[in-house]
Design a protein around this ligand. Structure first.
Ligand SMILES: [Zn+2]
Length: 139
């Protein structure tokens, strides 16, 4: 703010008024700022991370299907590599009940015939392959 410097009282009075106004504004601004800071912790927006796990996977039906599939395979991975069955098995390895035809590809979700027991490694490689196939599939 350029202060009036040419000595006209009227102008000086205006300039003083202006300063008073600015001071007032500044104070109001400071009050707002400190108020905002005080409010921050309680009014902070909480980022909600939504888990995209389908509640269906937690249902009793799915759990029963899963147990059946793994039990039927005696907790051993059913993947075949060069005609040899994978040797990974529970409880040493975590086993997954896998949908042979993925549900999102139209596979029956609770049909034991559409299930196989896979180790983590084979499960993730199969999931990746299914995703690749889906990606390359022509609609
Ligand atoms: Zn395996």
């Amino acid at each position: 703010m350029v202060r009036s410097s040419h000595g006209v009282p009227h102008c000086n009075a205006l300039a003083e008024q202006n300063d008073a106004f600015l001071f007032h504004m500044k104070r109001a601004q400071m009050r707002l700022l400190s108020k905002g800071q005080k409010l921050k912790p309680s009014s902070a927006v909480k980022v909600r991370v939504r888990k995209t796990v389908d509640p269906w996977y937690l249902s009793t039906e799915h759990r029963q299907w899963r147990n059946l599939v793994i039990k039927r395979a005696s907790g051993r991975c059913q993947a075949l590599e060069h005609g040899q069955r994978c040797t990974r098995a529970a409880p040493r390895h975590r086993m997954f009940a896998d949908h042979i035809t993925e549900v999102r590809d139209g596979g029956a979700p609770l049909d034991p015939a559409n299930g196989q027991c896979l180790c983590g490694e084979h499960h993730s490689s199969k999931t990746a392959q299914a995703r690749r196939l889906r990606y390359h599939a022509t609609p």
